[in-house]
Design a protein around this ligand. Structure first.
Ligand code: DHB
Ligand code: FE
Length: 280
């Protein structure tokens, strides 16, 4: 049987990808940010899963206004890094796990989550930056990845409650896969940030840390945070945090925090990072 053994949450700021690609992770600006991922890098080496279900959002790289899937699952066998305007990142191709991905797609759809199935897609910073943060600069990524794309770019994004429920359904899907696989689920994006308009640059350390607190332990209060609260308290792009709720929902009733990191600022964004273990 496959099992979800841990959940990881991390911001996915594109500038962090630039820092990795240009060898600047130890400098004065990036050093304190990357220091907070050191623990996780070592832990991932020790606890490398077979597969990561990587919940992320595409930033108008693979999708545009022509097609906007609310929830989409990658069932392909590989994904190339996207060209986001200055050439694709010099990182390895991402290898999928079609057998598990199709199994999850079937389980979710029969469980009444109407997933979009993707067989071909380039993946942008939303997916490749978290891989760089956890694994550095390997020749090949040490895990297979099932991309799970969520629309948080074009209104209306899914509710936090729906995201949490999708996580619960993902856990059921994984547990009904017959092969013995160690699976992690990652939620990416966030934390507070607004990239445009009069409130550009908005950061909210206090609210972000309350949100981190809410993902640890046995409360499910975070699933009921309304969109308007994300928008008001964390800026227009803070809504990316609903993707963390998919990860948290998949971990079951209660979690233990193995590692936590918060740093302000990185580019226009607050950096948040959690490693959680299911305890029930
Ligand atoms: C930034 C953050 C993001 O999450 C993103 O997708 C793009 C840019 C930023 O802070 O620069
Ligand atoms: Fe983003």
């Amino acid at each position: 049987m496959a099992r979800i053994t841990a959940g990881v949450a991390t911001s996915h700021v594109p500038l962090l990808g630039v820092a990795v690609d240009q060898g600047k992770t130890g400098d004065e600006y990036f050093g304190p940010i990357f220091a907070g991922y050191k623990w996780t890098k070592a832990w991932e080496k020790e606890n490398a899963p077979d597969v990561v279900i990587l919940v992320f959002n595409d930033h108008a790289s693979a999708f545009d206004m022509k097609i906007i899937p609310t929830f989409a699952i990658g069932c392909g066998d590989k994904y190339k890094p996207a060209d986001e305007g200055w050439g694709p990142r010099p990182v390895p191709e991402v290898e999928g796990h079609p057998d598990l991905a199709w199994h999850i797609a079937q389980s979710l759809i029969l469980d009444e989550f109407d997933m979009t199935i993707i067989n071909e897609m380039d993946v942008d910073h939303g997916l490749t930056v978290p891989l760089s943060m956890m694994f550095g600069t390997p020749e090949a990524w040490p895990v297979k990845v099932i991309p799970l794309a969520v629309n948080v770019v074009t209104y209306p994004p899914p509710s936090g409650n729906r995201c949490w429920a999708l996580g619960e359904a993902i856990a059921c899907a994984v547990e009904s896969f017959p092969d013995n696989l160690n699976v992690q689920i990652w939620g990416t994006g966030g934390m507070s940030h607004q990239l445009q308009g009069p409130r550009a640059g908005l950061l909210n350390r206090e609210w972000d840390n309350k949100f981190l607190d809410m993902l640890i332990g046995d409360s499910d209060a975070a699933r009921f945070i309304p969109h308007i609260e994300f928008l008001r308290e964390t800026g227009s792009e803070g809504i990316e945090m609903v993707m963390w709720l998919i990860m948290r929902g998949a971990l079951g009733k209660a979690t233990k925090c193995l590692h936590r990191h918060y740093h302000i600022p990185c580019s226009n964004t607050a950096i948040g990072h959690l490693v959680l273990e299911p305890t029930s």
